[in-house]
Design a binder for this molecule. Structure first.
Ligand SMILES: Nc1nc(=O)c2c([nH]1)NC[C@@H]1CN(c3ccc(C(=O)N[C@@H](CCC(=O)O)C(=O)O)cc3)CN21
Ligand SMILES: CC(C)C(=O)C(=O)O
Ligand SMILES: [Mg+2]
Length: 334
């Protein structure tokens, strides 16, 4: 292993963490030093900025979002790339597979995310079926995601078979993020969600796809569920394309996780690559059970803090206006 390779892998293992932080501050936002506020506004994340992060070995943080509040959280906490993933089908809409998701559903959610997530680069997954029928259809659908959905780029699942469409979209001016390795939109054909590239032949096939997708113009590439050595190797072999891993180990240029996996609100299968960074489900349970219990015990709402009053003379007037009233039922007065 060469000295530079060692230096770069040491870097990736986090040995240069403080250095990385300082560099990020100084090289990306030189003007931030002059600002006095504790949290200055971050600049818009562009493709150029993403390439800069890659070239400086600064990790890229990508996260999915599906609605206005999750989009706003990506904005507020300085996510670099917000992805409106087609995992939306499962974690938000309750479908059994991403293959059910339509263009209209994707656009509807993308618009909401776009209203909340302004600074991160915004990417939308192209749904299953939206880029397969013809290149023209793929272009039309990608443009819909940008014009109607507010996306700044699209992500397309696939290897060699999508190289032409990635090239055509790039030529038209649609930034394309490639996605290789495990392809959830093929889970029926591949009989499930399995780690890809575990043998030399399939690893070579994924590498060749990645190289071809870079040549076709992909501005970034997701590597999903591949062995970590392969994730690192593809990252090193690509000339300019940043890699974003999900279950591809620590050697990629960035990481992506599904919002609900990361926050613990998804109660479906937990893949090995998922880390829980929060337990939002426990909080939701606490809140909803507490609310139900408070309503049933009539401790919510409280008369003083959570209810409105009218001037007592107005109440007097009102009661005289409605009298004589019909027979009235007894209700709790709190
Ligand atoms: N909630 C959620 N998270 C995701 O990451 C995700 C979705 N949904 N839906 C769309 C796809 C489906 N994905 C999946 C789903 C399952 C595994 C999984 O179970 N993997 C096995 C690998 C088993 C093996 O090949 O050895 C695992 O146990 O990690 C991986 C990715 C990723 N995407
Ligand atoms: C997991 C990421 C990469 C994705 O494609 C999705 O959320 O749909
Ligand atoms: Mg997806």
């Amino acid at each position: 292993m060469s000295t530079t390779m060692f230096a770069s892998s040491a870097f990736r293992r986090g040995m240069g963490k403080n250095f990385v932080r300082a560099r990020r501050w100084m090289s990306v936002r030189p003007e931030a030093k002059e600002e006095n506020s504790a949290r200055p506004h971050r600049k818009k994340v562009t493709i150029q900025h993403l390439h800069h992060l890659r070239n400086e070995n600064l990790p890229i943080a990508m996260l999915t979002a599906y609605d206005f509040p999750s989009g706003r959280a990506c904005e507020a906490h300085e996510i670099d790339i917000t992805l409106v993933g087609d995992s939306l089908a499962q974690v938000c809409l309750g479908y059994d597979s991403t293959m059910r998701l339509t263009m209209d559903e994707m656009i509807h959610h993308c618009r909401a995310v776009a209203r909340g997530s302004k600074t991160p680069f915004l990417v939308a997954d192209m749904p299953f079926g939206s880029f397969h029928t013809s290149t023209d259809d793929a272009i039309r659908n990608a443009i819909r995601l940008m014009q109607e959905g507010g996306a700044e780029g699209v992500k397309i699942e696939g290897g060699m078979e999508v190289v032409d469409v990635v090239h055509r979209l790039t030529v038209v001016g649609v930034p394309v993020m490639a996605h290789v390795g495990l392809l959830p939109q093929r889970h029926i054909q591949s009989s499930g969600y399995r780690v890809q590239g575990k043998d030399a032949r399939s690893a070579m096939h994924i590498l060749e796809s990645a190289l071809a997708l870079e040549q076709a113009g992909a501005f970034a590439m997701v590597l999903e569920a591949v062995p970590q050595d392969l994730g690192r190797y593809i990252t090193q072999r690509l000339r300019y394309t940043p890699t974003i891993g999900i279950g591809a180990g620590p050697g990629t240029d960035g990481q992506v996780l599904v919002w609900d996996d990361m926050l613990g609100t998804w109660n479906g299968h937990k893949a090995k690559f998922v880390r829980r960074f929060g337990d939002v489900r426990a909080e939701i349970e606490r809140g909803v059970t507490g609310y139900v219990q408070a309503v049933r015990s009539r401790t919510f709402p409280a008369r003083d803090k959570e209810s409105y009053d009218m001037p007592s003379e107005e109440w007097q007037k009102f009661t005289s206006m409605v009298q004589p009233g019909p027979r009235m039922r007894e209700v709790s007065s709190g």
